[in-house]
Design a protein around this ligand. Structure first.
Ligand SMILES: Cc1ncc(COP(=O)(O)O)c(C=O)c1O
Length: 450
């Protein structure tokens, strides 16, 4: 089968939307109220993009599951889009949060636990110096600023269809008429071609050409792309990236925010990468806002040589609540007890099972689809072969089919990660959860193949 009957799919989508309405009367009521006080009826605009005609309001969650205000139960394969990769409300993190809350939440002074966290990050990622922010977006913004400051260069370099948070410089794509603002880039301060060079992932020649003038401060790279589907680096790509950045004096920043799904030290530790800087956020503190950026001794020394103590609070790096006591306490407990080797092993084994289940259905119906995996992250994609870069992956986006698969799953108690068909597995996900997904995935295929 290669052709999908689009009329049939549209009719099915409409009937799934009706079913969604039927099962979520309270969420609908709350949404009507929310629309009168919140932009788009949601606290953060992305939440209007979920499949379904309004967002589900959550009542409570624990581990790999949550319940909505209508009493519907869900297996959560979205896990707050990695923010809750630890599973919801992990016991050790909750205990640390409760203890710390009773002692104060933020002082703009360090607590002793932060040293344990810094030492732990050294061990995991191999970089000696660390700073804290509240979001991975900020970690990337500050890493870029440091790179620009020490190199005194104008450009950064990113990959086509990358995502690194709401960092202005990164919303650039290779458009038919050449590099330019990515579709949907809202209110950009300047055209990103003034700040950024963009190339395809896995293209060593373009990388060499972009870096050779010596005007790029940093490459900001996910070690494997994850935001336009999972795209693995070609063998040898990371060696070339490291060598070319070194030769041209370009700072290499590896963003591990999603690839932390690979293992306790992210992709960097698993594959022996040697970045100059590393950024990471989302699940670090079990869902409490917390993010980090780390760097080499050389970067540290070069930066400090240019830092004027008197101006350190107005230099565009930092934040009042960054490094707050609550985030640090939650991060310590999460790193010590939750994001550990044994949790990863369990989650990665189940992720394998998830991928095998979906692959078996794809094979049964001879669909031209593939499943891609990285650590505890699996994803099906509507093309027959793995894309090598963002441009190839973007061509295969099928928003209608995507929406249908999401809504079909949601209506049967499964929440997938939105905007692509990704399942993140937590240490609390069970074999039954995964097998139930395989069953529902099959039912979805049968429904539109007829
Ligand atoms: C690779 C990567 N970096 C950074 C971010 C930004 O994270 P946050 O929105 O928590 O700032 C994201 C968000 O999806 C991401 O995927």
């Amino acid at each position: 089968m290669t052709e999908i009957d689009r009329n049939r799919l549209q009719n099915l989508l409409e009937s799934e939307e009706k079913r969604f309405h039927q099962y979520h009367p309270k969420s609908f009521q709350l949404y009507q109220r929310a629309r009168k006080c919140l932009q788009g009826g949601v606290p953060m605009l992305w939440m209007i993009r979920w499949a379904g005609t309004f967002p589900i309001f959550v009542n409570k969650g624990k581990g790999a599951h949550f319940t909505d205000v209508d009493g519907n139960k869900y297996i959560d394969f979205c896990l707050g889009d990695t923010g809750a990769m630890t599973g919801h409300a992990p016991d050790a993190t909750i205990q640390a949060i409760v203890d710390q809350v009773n002692k104060g939440i933020t002082y703009m002074l360090p607590i002793e636990d932060v040293i344990w966290v810094g030492e732990e990050l050294q061990k995991r990622f191999g970089l000696p110096y660390w700073q804290f922010t509240l979001t991975a977006t900020d970690a990337n913004r500050f890493a870029i600023r440091m790179a620009r400051e020490i190199t005194q260069r104008k450009y950064i370099l990113v990959y086509n269809y990358c995502y690194h948070g709401s960092v202005d410089e990164t919303f650039i794509t290779l458009n038919p008429e050449g590099p330019g603002p990515r579709r949907g880039n809202l209110g950009p301060p300047v055209n990103p071609i003034e700040t950024t060079k963009v190339i395809e992932f896995n293209d060593i020649k373009s990388l060499e050409a972009a870096l050779s003038p010596g005007d790029v401060a940093c490459v900001l790279a996910e070690p494997a792309m994850t935001n336009i589907g999972i795209i693995h680096p070609d063998p040898g790509y990371h060696d070339a990236l490291r060598q070319l950045t070194k030769e041209t004096g370009t700072v290499l920043i590896i963003d591990e925010t999603h690839t932390i799904c690979t293992g306790p030290g992210g992709y960097t530790a698993a594959y022996g990468l040697q970045p100059d800087m590393l950024t990471l956020g989302k699940p670090l503190a079990g869902g409490v806002p917390a993010a980090i950026y780390g760097f080499t001794r050389e970067i540290n020394d070069r930066f400090h040589a240019r830092l004027n103590l008197e101006d350190s609070d107005v230099g565009g790096i930092g934040g009042t609540l960054a490094g707050n006591a609550l985030s640090i306490a939650a991060m310590k407990a999460t790193l010590e007890h939750v994001l550990i080797e044994s949790s990863y092993k369990k989650a990665i084994d189940l992720s394998n099972r998830f991928a095998k289940g979906v692959e078996s259905i794809i094979a049964e119906f001879s669909l031209p689809w593939i499943v891609k995996r990285l650590g505890c992250r699996s994803e099906y994609w509507f093309r027959a072969t793995p894309p090598r870069n963002g441009g190839e992956a973007a061509v295969a986006v099928d928003s209608e089919l995507d929406r249908y698969m999401h809504l079909f799953s949601l209506n049967r108690g499964i929440l997938m990660t939105p905007f692509h068909n990704m399942a993140l597995i937590s240490p609390d996900t069970t074999q039954e959860d995964v097998d139930y997904h395989t069953q529902v995935f099959r039912e979805a295929i049968v429904s539109f193949l007829g």
